[in-house]
Design a protein around this ligand. Structure first.
Ligand SMILES: NC(=O)C1=CN([C@@H]2O[C@H](COP(=O)(O)OP(=O)(O)OC[C@H]3O[C@@H](n4cnc5c(N)ncnc54)[C@H](O)[C@@H]3O)[C@@H](O)[C@H]2O)C=CC1
Ligand SMILES: O=C(O)C1=N[C@H](C(=O)O)C[C@H](O)C1
Length: 212
């Protein structure tokens, strides 16, 4: 397929471009701080940038009338609503984490959440020093799955690709669920799966949970 990437010069943008090219897809369009790279109309747009770029992405998706995969974190509620409106016309896949492991993590949280009443519960997320948002989108997803107002601690260390730990403790024991992304490839693989998933869809709002 012919892909377009918003944030194509960034860490995730490059990882996604490399993976798709390895799988014989073609990078034909991009948008970044210095403007548009146009070679051809893309068949899909992938956005890994910043929330302030969102309106541009929205405009380009409407202009090209193509599916959107969006992994940008820190989106405002209105931007999520705008994505749902966009999804009436094109397929949209939105997730704050495109790794399989975090999907399994969320399933474990769902299994545990009504069994840990009265326990101390804390989320700790660790990411590279360049990450702009705090807490991570994934930590927010874990908190939302718990249906509880739990504290989140954020560490910014070196070049960590993405670590999330959920601690649960009573007076006699500590239980933990942890996930570590060993590189950004895990997220890019999920984006590729999502791109394949939307190829036969006309429209609709999906998360990565729907994809796997
Ligand atoms: N959902 C997921 O699985 C994952 C989500 N992310 C999220 O993806 C986003 C990007 O992460 P990274 O690639 O590490 O960041 P990055 O900073 O390396 O890349 C962001 C790109 O957006 C561009 N950009 C910034 N402002 C812009 C503007 N005003 N107009 C056009 N382009 C602009 C930058 O120049 C850069 O190329 C973040 O929100 C991050 O949290 C990152 C990894 C996995
Ligand atoms: O910025 C990152 O790098 C990551 N961001 C996502 C998040 O905020 O949860 C996902 C991943 O952990 C990497």
């Amino acid at each position: 397929m012919k892909i377009g990437i918003v944030g194509y010069k960034g860490r995730m943008g490059k990882e996604i471009k490399d993976l798709f090219e390895e799988k014989n897809h073609e990078f034909v369009w991009g948008y970044d701080k210095d403007g548009e790279h146009f070679q051809e109309k893309p068949q899909i747009i992938i956005d890994f940038s910043l929330p302030e770029v969102f309106e541009k992405t929205e405009d380009y998706v409407k202009k090209f009338k193509v599916p959107l995969i969006i992994g940008t974190t820190g989106l405002q509620d209105e931007q999520i609503e705008a994505l749902k409106a966009l999804a009436k016309d094109v397929p949209v896949v939105q997730s704050y984490n495109f790794s399989i492991g975090i999907q399994l993590f969320l399933k474990m949280v769902d299994f545990l959440k009504d069994k840990i009443d009265g326990w101390d519960i804390e989320i700790v997320e660790t990411h590279h020093r360049f990450k702009k948002d705090k807490p991570s989108g994934t930590a927010k997803m874990i908190k939302e799955s718990l249906d509880k107002d739990v504290p989140i601690s954020s560490l910014r260390l070196g070049n960590v690709a993405g670590d999330h730990v959920l601690y649960m403790a009573n007076l006699g024991e500590v239980l933990g669920i942890s996930h570590r992304a060993l590189s950004r490839r895990a997220f890019a693989e999920g984006v590729l799966k999502s791109a394949e998933f939307v190829t036969n869809k006309k429209n609709g709002y999906f998360t990565f949970t729907d994809v796997i």
